[in-house]
Design a protein around this ligand. Structure first.
Ligand SMILES: Nc1ncnc2c1ncn2[C@@H]1O[C@H](COP(=O)(O)OP(=O)(O)OP(=O)(O)O)[C@@H](O)[C@H]1O
Ligand SMILES: [Mg+2]
Length: 481
């Protein structure tokens, strides 16, 4: 390629008239340019290919192929297509001027030549061509830059994508670590809560058990001794119907006939009280079941009753308020394979929540409203034909809005005041029912219409398949309240 900055401009003159070639060559030389010449089309084509001139001045009328055909062939060839061509025509020949321009010529010069015009037109076209070349070079550079930029952008996009993927997978990892941590925390709190509650109730039961057994065990001999004393007294009265005056006076002041009658009432109530304590102790042991860490077959109703007994004081409520009525719809007794103390923990959590909800509702109602409406907890148990155990615990408390219902089983979710609730009761219950027993726990509730918890576990833990859906149930489970 010619270096335009150091090499002189070369112009190919194509004309079959020697005089024209000579005149034009002169003009060109005056500008310091180099003139190449050809007197026919074929020679012009060869010259153009070999010398690569900066511009071609082409006559229309040539021997052999004429100027137009020469122009067409120059434009058709890649090596010569970009060389600017200026036609030389007669002044009046406007048809040829147009034809030449249409074939790709950049300009025309009219004969006879005027030196200034020729030089000016050549100079303009040379400058234009140079600018065009520079523009093309710049364009090429620009295109290269665009391609490079596109490449960089593609790499950047790839990096961003990889980075996003890494962030996503890292976030997922972190979330799962966080989930595990929360679960572990729940497990820890649960086992701590379970063991401290269990140990406390078991300890209490043990401490009370011995003294109450003394009382209960001694009541029978005490009754017998009483009877012996009374028999002896009656015998005395029969043998000595007229005792001395001061003894008679003593007998009347003691009101012995009342004492005799009331002593047995007293013994009866002592026996009832001691029996009640014994039953509470039994319930406490039943509830804690510390000795039964493994799966056992138990009567589930005993677990519920023990839990109710432990919650008795909460159910009774304040002195001036109506107690919460517990309505039981127990099915016929059946055995369930389960972790008894853990299941009792579930009953405890749900029943305690129901009591709290009722109490909270009561505190919100006005005095006449609160005393007129009955507060109830309904417990329903059932064994379905496909051996699923269903326990439903429903309260007529304030109910739960949907937004809260969605978070109910989340660890640490609570609406209770600080120090009143840890927000773990239901998440622990969920874990016990679903993970430990392969069951389901569900909450049905509507604000103002109370809350119903449904627990469904398989009767035996050997088959941990998911329970069949749509099992017919006497308790109308899965019916919205
Ligand atoms: N029967 C119910 N009626 C109305 N709201 C309830 C009922 N049961 C649970 N809730 C709501 O669910 C929330 C979570 O209950 P959960 O037992 O998990 O925690 P908590 O009772 O707040 O605290 P704790 O860990 O002491 O049990 C409660 O704070 C309460 O808002
Ligand atoms: Mg709770």
């Amino acid at each position: 390629m010619r270096d335009s900055a150091t090499e002189p401009v070369r112009i190919l003159l194509v004309d079959d008239t020697r005089t024209n070639l000579a005149i034009l060559s002169d003009y060109i030389h005056t500008q310091g340019w180099v003139a190449l010449t050809a007197s026919d089309g074929e020679t012009a084509l060869q010259q153009a290919q070999s010398a690569s001139p900066d511009l071609i001045l082409l006559d229309v009328m040539l021997p052999g192929i004429d100027g137009f055909e020469t122009c067409r062939q120059l434009k058709a060839h890649a090596a010569t297509a970009d060389i600017p061509i200026i036609f030389m025509t007669a002044l009046s020949d406007s048809a040829n001027k147009i034809k030449g321009l249409k074939l790709g010529a950049v300009d025309y010069i009219t004969k006879p030549f005027q030196q200034e015009e020729v030089v000016t037109r050549l100079d303009v076209q040379l400058r234009l061509h140079q600018m065009k070349c520079q523009l093309e070079q710049q364009n090429q550079l620009l295109n290269q830059k665009v391609v490079e930029q596109a490449k960089t952008e593609a790499q950047l996009q790839l990096l961003t994508y990889e980075l996003e993927e890494r962030v996503q997978s890292r976030t997922a990892e972190l979330n799962s670590v966080l989930d595990n941590l929360t679960q572990t925390q729940v497990h820890l709190v649960q086992s701590e809560k379970m063991s401290s509650l269990g140990q406390m109730t078991a300890g209490l039961a043990h401490e009370i058990n011995n003294p109450v057994n003394f009382i209960y065990g001694n009541l029978r001999p005490a009754r017998r001794y009483f009877q012996d004393f009374i028999d002896l007294l009656t015998h005395y009265q029969t043998c000595y119907p007229n005792p001395p005056a001061d003894l008679q006076e003593h007998l009347e002041s003691v009101d012995i006939s009342f004492v005799v009658k009331d002593a047995f009432n007293l013994l009866d109530s002592l026996e009832i009280g001691a029996d009640r304590i014994r039953r509470i102790v039994l319930s406490l042991r039943n509830f804690s079941r510390l000795d039964e860490a493994d799966i056992k077959s138990i009567n589930i109703h005993e677990g519920i009753d023990s839990t109710l007994l432990i919650l008795q004081h909460k159910l009774r409520g304040a002195v001036d308020s109506e107690p919460i009525e517990v309505i039981k719809h127990y099915s016929a007794a059946f055995e369930v394979e389960c972790y008894p103390s853990q299941l009792n923990q579930v009953f405890m959590n749900i029943l305690a929540n129901a009591i709290d909800a009722i109490e909270e509702n009561r505190s919100r109602l006005s005095e006449p409203e609160a005393s007129s409406s009955a507060h109830t907890i309904e417990i329903c148990t059932e064994l379905t034909t496909d051996r699923q155990v269903i326990i439903q615990i429903a309260d007529n408390g304030p109910g739960i809005p949907e937004a809260i219902r969605a978070k109910l089983f989340d660890p640490f979710f609570t609406t209770k005041a600080v120090g009143k609730g840890t927000g773990l009761g239901l998440s622990i219950s969920h874990q016990i029912v679903v993970e430990k027993h392969g069951g389901q726990i569900q909450c049905l509730s509507e604000p103002g219409k109370g809350t119903r918890f449904l627990i469904k576990i398989p009767q035996t833990q050997r088959c941990l398949e998911p329970p069949a859906v749509g099992t017919e149930s006497r308790c109308a489970i899965a019916q919205p309240i």
